[in-house]
Design a protein around this ligand. Sequence first.
Ligand code: AR6
Length: 186
Amino acid sequence: MEVAAGSAKIRLMMGDITKVPVDVVVNAANSDLIGGGGVDGAVHRAGGPSIMLELNRIRPVNGCPTGGAVVTGAGNLPAKFVVHAVGPIWRGGRSGEDLDLASAYKTSLELASARGAATVSFPSISTGAYGYPAGLAAAVALSTVAEFLRAGTSPIREVVFVLFDEGTLRAYEKALAGLRGGACAP
Ligand code: AR6
């Protein structure tokens, strides 16, 4: 499934994000940037040790705050760069999780744009170990990406969400269909 956002497009697919060739792969990292399970584990396994070596050099003293991100090379991944984005841990929805999640996407898109990326892939940040409900996360993810692309200030031509399982893909399809609905002029 794909939709236009300004002169760019947003595409959804099911798969393993480490296997999809793009300019920039976004990883769902933690504040300590020390690797982990889920996408983070897969990115470091497939990308090889150079990614962690680079993180060890650039890691901020207090880690990377929730909603923030850092960039490294992509090692053996079929990409030029990896953006390591820190999504929020779900705490029930009243702790600003939506703003933090939107910030993780926006910061990633800004960093990818600054590297001249034409294509960017995202996993479903925060909906695995961090427990963010997929339907709510999908709405935040897609509206944030669509707004960014519609502004037309970035070299990014395509954002692809690489979703790992059927349920997450369905949640994003539903949210993307909602996004396509009519818009009201201000
Ligand atoms: N490709 C695409 N999506 C994947 C892949 C893959 N190879 N592997 C898992 N997913 P998670 P989070 C999906 O837990 O919730 C890590 O330990 C997964 O099914 O990777 O942001 C970090 O180090 C789910 O739909 O990220 C952090 O400590 C989605 O990716 C913490 O987990 C996100 O799941 C971050 O938790």
